[in-house]
Design a protein around this ligand. Sequence first.
Ligand code: AVJ
Ligand code: FE
Length: 441
Amino acid sequence: LRELSEPALKAYVAEVLDRARARSLALTGAVDDDDLVKQHSALMSPLVWDLAHIGSQEEIWILREVGGLDPMRPDIDDLYDAFQHPRATRPSLPLLGPSEARRYVEEVRRRTFDVLARTPLSDRALTRDAFAFGMIAQHEQQHCETMLATHQLRKGDPVLHAPAPPPATVRDLPEEVVVPAGSFTMGTSVEPWALDNERPAHEVFVDAFAIDTTPVTNARYAEFVDDGGYADPRWWSDAGWAYRSEHGIVAPRFWRRENGRWWRTRFGVYEPVPGDEPVLHVSYYEAEAFAAWAGRRLPTEAEWEKAARYDPATGRSRRYPWGDDDPTPAHANLGQRHLRPAPVGAYPDGASALGVHQLIGDVWEWTSSDFRPYPGFTAFPYREYSEVFFGPDYKVLRGGSFGSDPVAVRGTFRNWDFPVRRQIFAGFRCARDVRYGDAVV
Ligand code: AVJ
Ligand code: FE
C-alpha cells in the first residue's frame, strides 16, 4: 500500500470495499426475509442486524469522520451500537427491516464512494483517512465471517455452495518443527492497515519450543474423544471441566456419532467428519484438554507469531508466513472461496520460513495467551475496538479461517474470544517446551 500511487490506492480501496459488499449481499441474499430477521442462536445477531450495523459503522467512520457529513439516520445509531445491546436482545429491537436495511447500506456506500473520490489519500493520510477505509473494509469482512457462523448454526436446507478446497499435495510432513531460542520482532509499526492491537513492533525473547507442522486433524482429535478424553478430568482445567460438565459436552460442536463413526452437519449438509481436515468448532477448553491428553500444550501467541513470521536466514519478521506478498489462492484457504478447511498438506506454498504449514487460513488457532496490549499500545481510532477487551477474560486466536477475507488477516492479526466459544471457525495446533539436550528429530 505504501508504494501505491494515489489513484492506485483508491482503486485498491474500491476493490476491497466491493469485495466485502459482494460477500455481505451473498450471505444475506441466500435466505428469505423471515430467516434474515430471526435469531438462529442466542450467540448471534439476526443477519439483518449485521447488515445494517455494517452500514452504520461505515456511516460513522467514513461519511461523518472522513467526509464531514451530517448523520443520515441519527435515530438508528444506538440500535447498531454493539455495546448498547447484547446479541441476545437484538431481535426485540425496532431494527430496520430487510429492504430498509438494504436501501440504507446501499445509500451509505454510494456516499462512501463520493467521499473516496474527493478525499486526498496522501502519504500523511495513509495513517488516518486511508486507514479508515481499510478499517471499514476489514470490519465488513469480520461481520461476513460472523454471518457465515450464523449460517452454520441455521437449521434447514443448504443455501451456500462453494467448490471443494485443494487436496493435500504434501504427505509425510514432520510432526513438529523445532524453533531455537532467541528474540524476534512481534507486531508491527509499519503495516498500514494493521489495527491498534497489532501495534507497535517490539522485540520478544522466546525460549526454544516445538510446534506442530499442521493444525490438529479431526482424525487425531477423534482419538482423544474415543479414548474417553471428555470424561477424564485429568486433561481438563478446572474451568474447562466445569464448562464441559455444565453443558454436557462430549465432542466438538456439530459432531454426532452414528453407526460407529463421526458425522457432522456443515452448512446444512450431513457428512462424515473428514479425518484429514483440521478440527473445527472446539472451544479453548477442549483444545487445552486435547493438548494435555497428547502430552503437549497450546502455543503462546508469541510462539505462534514467531513460527509464522520469523525468517532465520535474515532475522526479520515477514508480513505472512510465505513472505511479504499479499495472499493468493496458492498460499492459503481464505475468503470463503471454499466453505471448509482444506486437508493438512494442501498449501505447501504457504509454509513459513521455519517450515510450519497452514498458519494462515483454514481454521483460527487458539493460543494459550490472554488478550493483552503490547508495550506501547495506543487505542486507535476508538477504545471500543480492542482496549475494552484486554484482560484475562479473552484468549487470543491467530491466523484466520476459510471464512476470513485476506484483507482482514495478517501475520500480526490478533483475534480474541471467550474460552467457551465454539461456534467460531476455530481449531488449534499444539506445542511443547524444548530443553537443551532434548533430541531434535
Ligand atoms: C475481532 C472478531 C473479536 O467480531 O467481535 C466487529 C471484530 N469489532 N465489530 C468481533 C469486530 C467490531 C470482533 N473480533
Ligand atoms: Fe462490528
